[in-house]
Design a protein. Structure first.
Lengths: 273, 279
C-alpha cells in the first residue's frame, strides 16, 4: 500500500527527497561562505569528496568544523557559494547520517538500544505505520555489524562510552546512510575503545560509506586517515596528512598555539566549542 | 467498602471521579514529553498564558477550549517569534508573555461579579463542580490528543530525543514542535477544572517524573505515569471528600507523595537501592 499521507507531504513540499545524479561527486563545496551575524564561520571554501573516502577534519576552535558538518547534513545553507550532494542540494537527501557529540545526547532518555537504531528507519517506515520485517531485519543486522546485538534491550545510559558510540553508528547503518559524519567521536574513549572504533570505521568504509570525522587530535588524524582537511575558517589544505600537516600549514591554521615535540604535535586548544 | 462506595451516591462525586481519572491518565502521557524535553517552565507558562483566553471565552459564553486554543496558538507563535529574533533568551521571552498574559486574565476576571469564586476555580480547579457537558468536552479532547500521540508516536519520540536526526531525515521538525505545544495546550484545557492553572504543572510533571525513575522505555513511562496520575486523581478526590480539603491541591499532594515514595523505593534508581549499591 502506498503511504498516502507521505506522498501528500512530498507533493506539498513539506517533505521531499532528492535522487542521486549519476556522475556527480558525493559532495562538492564551491566557494562557500557561511556567516552568523557578523562572524564569518567559513570563508570561500571549495573542495570535493568522493564515495568511499575517509577524511579527518582538523583545525582550532571556531575553525568552522561544526559549521561544515551542518552544511553537509543540510541543516544550514551557505550565505554565498554552492554545496551539492550527488549533484543536488543537501537539504533534500536522506543519505547523510550524523553522529552527535556525546554531550549533545540525553543519556537518561527512556529508549533502548533497539529504539535508537530504529529511529534511523523512521522516515522509511512512513507516517502512521509500524516497523515492518525489513526494518526489524536491518536494525538487527546493524546491531550485529557493530557488535552490540547482546545489548539490544539495554537502556542507552547503561552502556559504556564506546558502546554508546556504536549504537549511533548502527543507527547510521540502519538509516542506509552513504555519508557518515562523526563529531569528535574519540572524546572520552580509552585506547582499546579507540582501536575498536577505527576497526569499525574501516569496515563501514569498506562497505562503501564515506566517513568524515571532526577531531582536535592532529596526531590521530595523521596516523589513522589517508585524507586530512585542515580548516581555519578558510580551507588551509586538503590531501595526504604528510602534505597537509606541514609546519607552514599548521602555523597558518593555529598561529602560535602549536608546538612540536619530536614527532608529536601539541596544540594548546581543546575540543570544547 | 462503604468508605469507598458512600460518596458514589452523589452524582457530583461520580462526575468528579470520572474527570479526575481522565485527567490523571491524559496529563502524564502528554507530560512525559514535557519532562523529557525539559519544558517544565514552558508548560507552567502555557497554563498561565491561556488564562485570558479562557476568561474571555467564559465571559462571552463560548466553550472555554476555544478561547484556550486561540490563546495557546497565538502564544506559541509569539514565543517562537520573540526568541527567533535572537534579541532575548527564550526563557526571558516566555517570562514576559507569561506574566503579561496572566495579569490580563486576572484583570478581565476582576471586572466581573463573582470574581473571588471564579478566580479560585480557575487557579485551583473546581473538581466537584464538573458538569456532564464538561465531561463530554474533556472526553472528546482527550481522545483527540491521545489519538494524535498514538499516530505520531515514533515521530514525536524522535524529535524529542534527537532533533538533528529528525532534520537529517527531513521530517517537518518545526511543525512537530508546534504540534506538541498544541497538544500540551489542549491537555491544560482538559485539566483546568481538575487542578486549575496554578497547580497544572504538577499534573504534567509529577506522575511522569515518578514513572521515569523506574521505566526504561517511553511507552511504559507514559503508561505507568497514567497509572500514577489516575491513582492520584482518585485518592486525592476521596481525601478531599473525607478531610474536607480543596480537591485540586489534594490530588497534587497525593501525586507528590507517590513521587516521594518512588524516589525512595524505586528498584535500581531509587535513593535506597542506590545507597545499598554504593555501600
Amino acid at each position: 500500500m502506498a503511504n498516502g499521507f507521505t506522498s501528500f507531504l512530498q507533493r506539498s513540499k513539506l517533505i521531499h527527497d532528492a535522487t542521486h545524479l549519476p556522475g556527480t561527486p558525493l559532495f562538492r563545496a564551491d566557494n562557500v561562505t557561511v556567516r552568523y551575524g557578523d562572524t564569518v564561520a567559513l570563508d570561500a571554501v571549495s573542495f570535493e569528496l568522493n564515495t568511499g573516502e575517509q577524511v579527518a577534519v582538523v583545525g582550532p576552535n571556531g575553525a568552522g568544523k561544526s559549521t561544515l558538518f551542518r552544511l553537509m547534513v543540510g541543516e544550514i545553507r551557505p550565505n554565498s557559494g554552492t554545496v551539492t550532494l550527488y549533484g543536488s542540494t543537501p537539504t533534500d537527501h536522506l543519505c547523510v547520517a550524523y553522529v552527535p557529540q556525546r554531550k549533545a545526547i540525553d543519556w537518561r532518555f527512556p529508549v533502548t538500544v533497539t529504539d535508537v537504531v530504529m529511529m534511523g528507519r523512521v522516515r522509511k517506515i512512513g507516517l502512521f505505520r509500524h516497523p515492518g520485517r525489513r526494518d526489524r531485519d536491518l536494525v538487527r543486522d546493524s546491531l550485529e555489524r557493530v557488535n552490540i546485538a547482546p545489548l539490544a534491550d539495554k537502556q542507552i545510559g547503561e552502556l559504556s562510552g564506546g558502546q554508546q558510540q556504536r549504537v549511533f553508528i548502527a543507527r547510521a547503518l540502519a538509516q542506509e546512510a552513504e555519508l557518515l559524519l562523526l563529531d569528535e567521536p574519540l572524546t572520552g574513549l580509552d585506547m582499546p575503545s579507540q582501536e575498536r572504533f577505527f576497526n569499525l570505521l574501516d569496515a563501514v568504509s569498506d562497505s562503501g560509506v564515506t566517513t568524515i570525522i571532526a577531531t582536535h587530535d592532529l596526531n590521530l588524524a595523521a596516523r589513522q586517515f589517508d585524507q586530512v582537511m585542515l580548516l581555519n575558517t578558510h580551507l588551509v589544505a586538503i590531501g595526504a596528512p604528510e602534505q597537509v600537516l606541514s609546519a607552514e600549514n599548521l602555523a597558518a591554521a593555529y598561529g602560535g598555539h602549536l608546538h612540536t615535540v619530536g614527532d608529536v604535535i601539541i596544540a594548546d586548544t581543546c575540543c570544547e566549542e | 467498602m462503604s468508605f469507598l462506595t458512600d460518596p458514589l451516591a452523589f452524582e457530583f462525586f461520580q462526575r468528579a471521579l470520572v474527570a479526575a481519572l481522565l485527567v490523571g491518565v491524559l496529563c502524564p502521557i502528554v507530560g512525559s514529553y514535557v519532562v523529557l524535553r525539559g519544558m517544565a517552565f514552558l508548560g507552567d507558562a502555557l497554563a498561565h498564558i491561556i488564562l485570558p483566553g479562557v476568561v474571555i471565552a467564559f465571559l462571552l459564553g463560548i466553550p472555554l477550549v476555544v478561547g484556550a486554543l486561540v490563546m495557546g496558538i497565538v502564544t506559541a507563535f509569539a514565543i517562537g517569534a520573540l526568541s527567533e529574533r535572537n534579541v532575548l533568551r527564550e526563557d526571558s521571552a516566555i517570562g514576559v508573555i507569561f506574566a503579561g498574559a496572566f495579569a490580563l486574565g486576572i484583570a478581565l476576571l476582576s471586572a466581573t461579579d463573582g470574581y473571588a469564586v471564579d478566580l479560585a476555580h480557575f487557579l485551583f480547579g473546581n473538581l466537584l463542580g464538573v458538569t456532564t457537558s464538561d465531561l463530554w468536552a474533556m472526553g472528546v479532547l482527550s481522545f483527540i490528543v491521545l489519538t494524535v500521540i498514538v499516530l505520531l508516536f515514533k515521530e514525536l519520540q524522535l524529535v524529542s530525543f534527537d532533533p538533528l536526526l529528525a532534520r537529517t531525515l527531513r521530517l517537518p521538525v518545526r511543525a512537530l514542535d508546534y504540534l506538541l505545544l498544541l497538544l500540551i495546550a489542549v491537555t491544560i484545557v482538559v485539566a483546568l477544572q481538575v487542578v486549575g492553572v496554578a497547580l497544572m504543572l504538577a499534573m504534567l510533571i509529577t506522575p511522569a517524573a515518578a514513572a521515569s525513575l523506574f521505566t526504561r522505555r517511553l511507552l511504559p513511562m507514559m503508561l505507568w505515569g497514567a497509572v500514577i496520575g489516575a491513582s492520584s486523581g482518585a485518592i486525592g478526590l476521596y481525601a478531599s471528600f473525607y478531610l474536607n480539603i480543596a480537591s485540586g491541591p489534594a490530588v497534587v499532594l497525593v501525586a507528590t507523595l507517590i513521587f516521594g515514595l518512588v524516589y525512595l523505593f524505586a528498584p535500581e534508581r531509587g535513593l535506597i537501592s542506590r545507597r545499598m549499591a554504593s555501600a
